[in-house]
Design a protein. Structure first.
Length: 564
């Protein structure tokens, strides 16, 4: 708006100067024409020059004398008047053609400037629209990634949870298995009781079973003591092994957490350092822009206050935009850090829960096994006591009963060992499956953490590239605006200087023409007085002397213009 007002002012000044110059040219031409006509009349009729400058009676007498003398035609004045009118018409046509050419040139210059401004405006609008479309596209991509990540996490959490149907099916299967085991144990116990009743009803078997039972009791006692020591040693070794494995797992987990924390601290420090460098560069650019603005303000303070205010406002808006973008980046980084910390805490809690569940399960299994062994020992002691009583009552069939009892005890012991071996194999298989599952979970979590870190690094690099692109675009736009402002300023100063020079030249020419017209008027008056018969000789001599001693004509500084 301010540039448009300045252009209108310059155009009005130039049009006013052109009109003034045309009027002055016309007045000069009229003065020259009148002077030439008067000089020609004086040269043609020197004896009647006084009659041309006095009353109408003198003119009528002179015209009568001219008609009587017969030297000039009767329509001489009419022809001169027509000639003057023709010259005036030619001059008017020339002035009109010059004015039309000047208007066309002014219109062409104005249209070219307007076209250039419109082109720059369209380019800037196109750049803004491209930036807006790119920003909307990035936002849509981020929204799609966030929705996909939420869906993936929701599916993973739902897969970890146990539904009521799954729990009901698991409990039903366990109940059926327990019922089957209980029926099997009852059948085995019934068979055992029948065999036992048969052996107890036979004296030989009773005697043999008694002896065998006594021997087996002694052997079983020794073997039980040895196995107890071996079990204690094995349990101690297993406890030490699992304790060492758990310590290794805890140590590796702590090392991994420490490495992750150190890596996060390094990434955070690098990000802060990068942001600090960007802030310093932005501050340096702002300082440089401020210095250039101050210099421009020093040069254009008097004439371009509106442009300076507009530039300051735009700079303030751009600074606010940059501040808002930095705040948005900081908030996004804080959100990512909070999500990462929450994920780490959740993983630690899940690991602790899983470890506690495994320890509780092992403890319950050990307690159940110890209870089962205690029951078996109690049954063995009761059975031994009964056998001893039977041995006391029936000493005759002791050898047969001992043999039968020994065989039965060996059979029962083999069955018990088979059961123990199956249980031990099942425990080892379950432990292997648990460890394998845990390793797979740890590997999956490590891979997931690695992917998340890579995604975070890519996101950070992309954001840094976007910030650099935005800063480059802003710098390019500022450079374009600065170049346009400088060119506009240079054009306006050039136009003002040209207008000043033209006005100065016209004023000097007008002063020179005024001085020349004054001298011509003085010369004309001298000629009139010299040609007049009423003028005395002394007056004529005085006027001639004044003409001779008159000062030379001043050029009024026209030598500097190159015209004279």
């Amino acid at each position: 708006m301010a540039g448009r007002s300045r252009e209108l002012v310059v155009q009005s000044c130039s049009s006013r100067c052109s009109r003034n110059s045309q009027a002055r040219r016309f007045s000069r031409c009229q003065g020259r024409r009148r002077a030439a006509t008067s000089q020609a009349s004086i040269q043609l009729f020197p004896w009647r020059s006084d009659q041309l400058s006095y009353s109408a009676a003198g003119q009528a007498s002179s015209m009568g004398s001219r008609a009587r003398s017969g030297h000039l035609a009767p329509d001489f004045m009419i022809l001169n008047r027509r000639k003057a009118e023709d010259q005036r018409r030619v001059f008017d046509e020339k002035c009109k053609s010059d004015a039309s050419v000047e208007r066309f040139a002014h219109w062409e210059h104005k249209t070219a400037g307007k076209i250039e401004r419109n082109t720059v405006t369209r380019k800037v609008e196109t750049m803004k629209q491209d930036m807006k479309e790119e920003l909307n596209e990035r936002r849509s991509k981020l929204a799609a990634l966030l929705a996909e990540e939420d869906a993936r996490y929701t599916a993973e959490l739902s897969s970890f949870e146990e539904t009521p149907e799954m729990r009901r099916d698991r409990l039903k299967a366990r109940a059926r298995e327990l019922m089957r085991r209980r029926e099997q144990e009852k059948r085995e116990f019934a068979v055992l009781m029948r065999e036992r009743q048969f052996r107890e009803s036979c004296d030989a078997f009773r005697e043999h079973d008694g002896e065998q039972l006594l021997h087996e009791c002694v052997v079983a006692r020794e073997r039980a003591l040895e196995e107890k020591e071996e079990n204690k040693q094995r349990q101690k070794e297993e406890n030490e092994m699992w304790h060492n494995k758990l310590l290794d797992l805890v140590r590796k987990s702590e090392e991994r957490e420490m490495n992750d924390k150190n890596r996060q601290m390094e990434l955070r420090s690098e990000m802060l350092h990068t942001l600090q460098e960007q802030i310093q560069e932005l501050q340096a650019r702002r300082d440089e822009d401020e210095r250039l603005k101050q210099e421009e303000a020093r040069l254009m303070r008097e004439r371009f206050e509106l442009d300076l205010a507009e530039a300051k406002r735009k700079e303030h808006e751009r600074a606010e935009m940059q501040a808002e973008k930095k705040l948005a980046v900081a908030r996004h980084n804080a959100l990512l850090r909070a999500e990462k910390d929450a994920e780490i805490r959740r993983q630690q809690e899940e690991d602790l829960k899983l470890l506690n569940a495994m320890l509780d399960k092992e403890r319950r299994a050990e307690e159940a096994e110890l209870q089962y062994k205690a029951q078996l020992r109690q049954q063995a002691r009761e059975y031994q006591a009964q056998l001893i009583e039977l041995m006391k009552k029936e000493a005759v069939d002791e050898a047969a009963s001992e043999a039968i009892r020994k065989a039965e005890q060996e059979k029962a012991w083999r069955k018990r060992e088979e059961v123990w071996e199956k249980e031990r194999a099942a425990r080892e298989k379950l432990m292997k499956e648990v460890l394998q599952t845990r390793r797979e979970q740890l590997q999956q979590r490590i891979e997931q953490n690695r992917r998340e870190r890579e995604f975070a690094m890519e996101e950070k690099e992309r954001m840094v590239r976007e910030v650099d692109d935005i800063e480059q675009q802003n710098a390019l736009q500022a450079e374009i605006r600065k170049r346009i402002a400088k060119e506009h300023q240079r054009d306006i100063l050039t136009q003002i200087e040209e207008a000043k020079n033209a006005m100065r030249r016209e004023m000097e020419i007008a002063a020179l023409e005024l001085e020349a017209s004054r001298r011509e008027e003085a010369a004309y008056q001298v000629c009139l007085f010299s040609c007049s018969p009423r003028t005395s000789r002394s007056t004529k001599a005085k006027l001639a002397k004044e003409m001779l001693v008159q000062k030379p004509l001043k050029n009024h500084g026209l030598k500097s213009t190159g015209l004279f």
